[in-house]
Design a protein around this ligand. Structure first.
Ligand code: TPP
Ligand code: MG
Length: 778
C-alpha cells in the first residue's frame, strides 16, 4: 500500500530515500564505533573491548525505520542488547548523544555496551542486557500504562504510547518471554509490539529451521497478530518473473545454515548452487543470466527485514491496539563481510575490511564521525528531515520528581502476640482506610500468594485491577469467603500467576511509572522469601534500572517450620545486602515494621533512594509495650538499637534479628545469671548498618552502639538466615564474635525442634556466649 502511494507521490519516494541513506549512516556509525573502540582507541589493559557488528547490521533497517519514521513521542522502545551501537548512532544523528560518548563506547563514562537507563547520558526507555528481560518488561510497561490511564493518573494531555521491543530471535529461548506472554493474555494487554530480528542466528550458531512456525503458533494462541516480513520487494518481483516460482520454492525450502553459508560466500556461490539445483527450469537460467554476481547476491539477500519499503509498510499498516509480533527476516552481518557466517556474533571486521567499507561508503579520512559524510543527499536536507521526525518532538524526561507523599500515622494494636506478616496485613488495611493521595498511589501485586502473604484484607478494600469490571461470584452466590475479589478498572491490586519473573518485571514497570508515564505509584509486591531466587535476575534487572518498589517477602527462614526445607530461605538476607539498589530490613516487631515502612515509602520516592526489601515472618511473637519515639524510630531505620543496653563496659552482647529475637530475650535472662552487664541489640537492617559502617567506620551507627561494650566483650549474633549476615559486626570495633544462623537446608519440624537442631534457640545462644567469654578470658 505504502509502496503504491510512494509511486504516485514522488515526495514519499524521497522519504524512503532519506530513510535508506540514514540506514546506511546508522550502520556505518555503529560499525565504526565498535571498530574505533577495538582498533583505534588506546587499549591500556589488553582486554578485548568487543561490540557486535553483525548483530547491529541485522537490526539497522528496522531500527532506522522505527526511529525516523514509526516511533511517536509517547512510544517506548526496548532495543536488543547487542544493537546498542545502532541505538547510540541513532541518538547521535538526532542530536541527543555526543560524539565524545560514541568515541568512548564501552569506555568509562562513555556510551554503554548495552543500553542503560541509568548509565547512558541519553534517554533510554528500557535497559537491556540479560536477554528476554527487556522484552518482557515492555509487556508489563503497557499494563502499567493502562493502569495509570484507567486510574486517571496520566498527566494532562499525555497520550498512551506503544511499548515496542526489538528482540533477537534467540531471546525466544528465554522462559520469561513466555511467562510474560501468558500473563499478558490474561490481562488483555494492548499497544504492544515485539519485532523479532529473525536472523536465524544466536551466539553459537544457526537456529532451528522451523522456529518461525512455532513463533506463529505461540503468538496466535495468545491473541497476537503475527506479521511475517520475509521477502523484500525485489525478491517478490523476481518471484513473479521467469523462473520465479522455482526460485521461491527453492528459497522457502532452503535450510537456514545453507542460506547463511551462501550469504557469506556471495554471488558466485549463489549462481553455482541455483544453477545446479534448478537446472530443469529454463526460466531460472534466464534469471541468472540477467544478474551479475553482485546483483544476484543483492537479490538473494533481499529479505524484508532489510527492505526499508517493506518494513515501513508493515509498521504503517499496524494501526489497531492489538499486540503485534513482527517476524522480520534479516541477515546477521548484512552489508558487512561478516554476513551470514555462523561464528559472526562477536566477530569484528579487521582494519583492511574497514578500509574497504569506508571507501565504499565514500567517507573521507577524518570524516568517520561526520553525521552525513558520503551520503548522496545534501546535509541540509537530512538535517531538516531529522528535525521533523516525530521522535524529535519528544520532551526530555522530567528531572525533578514531585516531593514524597508521606505514609499516614496509623492506629495499630500495641500489645499481644503478632507476627510481622500479620502486622504488614494490618498496616495495609489501615493504609486503605486512611484514603487520601498516599493510599491512592499504593498499588500491590503478588504472584498467586496474595492471601498467604496477608494482602487479602487490603484487596478486600481496594479491589483487583482489571480492564473491565467483574463481580465476585462467590459473594453474589452468598458463599462464605474471607476474600472479596471484585475486579474493577480502579482496583489497586494486580493479581499475577505464579511466575516470579513476572512479579519482578511488573515491579520494574510499576517502579518506573513516574519516569515512564509521569504518574507516581507506590508499588508493593509480595512473595515467599525463598522464591526471590526464582526471579533473581529480573529483580536485579529492576534494580539496575533504579525502579522503586517495596518487596515484602514472607514467610522466611526455617521459622515456617512444618512447611519444610523446600520453602525455607537461607541466603536471602545476603541477597538483600549484596543487591545494589535494594535495601533490606528484617524487623522483629510490628512497631518497627511500621517505622520501617514509613521510612521505606519515603525512600522509594526520593531521587537518591532505591527499592526496599522487607523480610517478614509468620511467627507470632509477644509485642513490646513501648512508645515508638522519634529517637527509637531513627535507630530502627538506621538498622539497630539496644533493646536492653549493656551496663557500661559490658562483656557480652547478644545481637539478634527478626523472628529469633524472642530466643535472644530468653537467652539474655539466663546470661544474666553469670554476667550482669550483658546487652541485647536488635538489628532491623544489616544492610543499612553495613553500608554505614563502610562509609563511617568506628563513627558509624554500629560503632557508636558497640562502643558501649568493653573492648574485650564477646558478641553473639543470631538470625534465621545465613550467619554471614551479621558476623562482620565483630570487625567494627574488633570484638570477639560468635555467629549463629542457618548454613544448611531446612526440614520439617516445629520451632522448638528446628531451633534446637539449627542452634538458634536460647540454649545455643547461651552456650555461644559462654564459650566466647571463656576464650576471651584465656
Ligand atoms: C540471559 C543471558 N544469557 C546469555 C547472554 C549472552 N548472549 C548474548 S547475545 C546471545 C545470543 C543472542 O542471539 P539473538 O537474540 O538471536 O541476537 P542476534 O542474533 O540478533 O545477535 C547470548 C547467548 C545474555 N546476554 N543474556
Ligand atoms: Mg539472532
Amino acid at each position: 500500500m505504502a509502496l503504491a502511494k510512494a509511486r504516485s507521490h514522488p515526495a514519499e519516494t524521497s522519504h524512503l530515500a532519506l530513510l535508506r541513506a540514514l540506514e546506511r549512516k546508522v550502520l556505518w556509525l555503529a560499525t565504526w564505533m565498535i571498530h574505533h573502540a577495538n582498533h583505534v582507541r588506546e587499549n591500556r589493559d589488553g582486554l578485548k573491548v568487543g561490540g557486535h557488528q553483525a548483530s547491529c547490521a541485522s537490526a539497522a533497517t528496522v531500527m532506522t525505520a522505527l526511529s525516523f519514521h514509526t516511533l511517536r513521542p509517547e512510544d517506548r522502545l526496548a532495543v536488543k542488547p547487542h544493537a546498542a551501537p545502532v541505538f547510540h548512532a541513532i541518538q547521535y544523528l538526532l542530536g541527543r548523544q555526543s560524539r565524545a560518548a560514541l568515541e568512548q563506547f564501552r569506555a568509562f563514562g562513555g556510551a554503554q555496551a548495552y543500553p542503560s537507563r541509568t548509565k547512558d547520558k541519553t534517554q533510554v526507555d528500557f535497559s537491556t542486557g540479560s536477554v528476554g528481560l527487556g522484552v518482557g518488561h515492555t509487556l508489563f510497561a503497557t499494563l502499567v500504562q493502562d493502569y495509570v490511564r484507567l486510574h486517571g493518573l496520566m498527566p494532562e494531555g499525555a497520550q498512551p504510547g506503544r511499548m515496542i521491543a526489538l528482540m533477537g530471535d534467540a531471546e525466544l529461548d528465554e522462559g520469561n518471554v513466555f511467562e510474560a506472554l501468558l500473563e499478558g493474555w490474561k490481562h488483555d494487554v494492548r499497544n504492544l509490539w515485539w519485532i523479532i530480528d529473525y536472523n536465524r542466528q544466536s551466539l553459537d550458531g544457526v537456529v532451528n529451521d522451523h522456529l518461525f512456525q512455532k513463533i506463529q503458533e505461540f503468538f496466535a494462541t495468545v491473541g497476537w497478530k503475527v506479521v511475517t516480513l520475509k521477502y523484500g520487494k525485489r525478491l517478490e518481483a523476481a518471484f513473479a518473473g521467469p523462473g520465479g516460482a522455482s526460485l521461491r520454492r527453492w528459497i522457502d525450502a532452503c535450510p537456514n545454515d545453507l542460506y547463511s553459508a551462501l550469504t557469506f560466500q556471495g554471488g558466485a556461490s549463489w549462481r553455482r548452487r541455483l544453477a545446479a539445483d534448478l537446472a530443469s527450469d529454463p526460466g531460472v537460467a534466464r534469471l541468472l543470466d540477467a544478474h551479475d554476481d553482485a546483483s544476484l547476491h543483492a537479490l538473494m539477500t533481499n529479505l524484508a527485514g532489510h527492505d526499508m519499503d517493506s518494513v515501513v509498510e508493515a509498521f504503517d499498516q499496524a494501526r489497531d491496539d492489538v499486540p503485534h509480533c513482527f517476524v522480520a527476516y534479516t541477515i546477521k552481518g548484512m552489508g558487512l563481510p561478516l554476513a551470514g557466517h555462523k561464528d559472526n556474533h562477536a566477530g569484528l571486521m579487521n582494519p583492511a575490511q574497514m578500509a574497504s567499507y569506508k571507501a565504499a561508503e565514500k567517507i573521507p579520512d577524518g570524516a568517520e564521525w561526520d553525521r552525513f559524510a558520503g551520503l548522496d543527499i545534501p546535509a541540509a536536507e537530512l538535517e531538516a528531515f531529522l528535525a521533523a521526525v516525530p521522535l524529535a518532538k519528544r520532551a526530555p524526561p522530567r528531572l525533578r520528581l514531585a516531593p514524597p507523599l508521606a505514609m499516614p500515622t496509623l492506629d495499630l494494636p500495641r500489645a499481644g502476640a503478632m507476627s510481622t506478616q500479620e502486622g504488614f496485613g494490618r498496616i495495609m488495611i489501615e493504609v486503605a482506610r486512611s484514603g487520601g493521595d498516599f493510599a491512592s498511589r499504593v498499588v500491590t501485586t503478588s504472584p498467586d500468594v496474595t492471601v498467604s502473604t496477608n494482602l487479602g484484607g487490603w484487596v478486600n478494600q481496594v479491589a483487583v485491577f482489571a480492564r473491565t469490571a467483574h463481580a465476585d461470584v462467590f459473594r453474589e452466590q452468598r458463599l462464605p469467603s474471607a476474600q472479596k475479589w471484585t475486579l474493577a478498572p480502579d482496583g489497586r491490586h494486580i493479581e499475577l500467576g505464579i511466575a516470579e519473573n513476572n512479579l519482578f518485571l511488573l515491579l520494574a514497570a510499576l517502579g518506573l511509572a513516574e519516569r515512564q508515564f509521569g504518574a507516581r505509584l507506590l508499588p508493593v509486591g509480595t512473595l515467599y522469601d525463598p522464591f526471590i531466587a526464582r526471579g533473581l535476575d529480573a529483580l536485579n534487572y529492576a534494580c539496575y534500572q533504579d525502579a522503586r518498589f517495596m518487596l515484602v517477602a514472607t514467610p522466611s527462614g526455617i521459622t515456617l517450620a512444618p512447611e519444610g526445607g523446600a520453602h525455607q530461605s537461607v541466603a536471602e538476607p545476603l541477597i538483600g545486602i549484596g543487591q545494589p539498589g535494594l535495601t533490606l530490613f528484617e524487623p522483629a516487631f510490628v512497631d518497627e515494621l511500621d517505622a520501617v515502612m514509613r521510612w521505606g515509602f519515603d525512600h522509594i520516592q526520593r531521587p537518591d533512594g532505591g527499592a526496599i526489601y522487607l523480610r517478614l515472618s509468620t511467627r507470632a511473637v509477644e509485642q513490646p509495650r513501648r512508645e515508638m519515639t522519634d529517637a527509637l524510630a531513627a535507630d530502627v531505620t538506621a538498622g539497630a538499637y539496644w533493646l536492653k543496653r549493656p551496663a557500661p563496659g559490658g562483656t557480652v552482647a547478644v545481637i539478634a534479628m527478626g523472628a529469633v529475637v524472642s530466643e535472644a530475650i530468653e537467652a539474655l535472662a539466663r546470661i544474666g545469671e553469670f554476667t550482669a552487664s550483658a546487652g541485647l541489640m536488635v538489628v532491623t537492617s544489616p544492610d543499612r548498618l553495613h553500608r554505614d559502617w563502610l562509609a563511617a567506620g568506628p563513627r558509624s551507627h554500629t560503632g557508636r552502639l558497640l562502643d558501649e561494650l568493653a573492648r574485650d566483650a564477646a558478641l553473639v549474633t543470631v538470625l534465621d538466615g545465613h550467619p554471614l549476615t551479621l558476623s562482620w559486626l565483630g570487625g567494627v570495633l574488633g570484638h570477639k564474635i560468635a555467629p549463629l544462623g542457618v548454613q544448611s537446608f531446612g526440614q520439617s519440624g516445629d520451632i522448638p525442634d528446628l531451633y534446637r537442631e539449627y542452634r538458634l534457640d536460647a540454649a545455643a545462644i547461651v552456650a555461644a556466649a559462654q564459650a566466647a567469654l571463656s576464650s576471651a578470658r584465656r
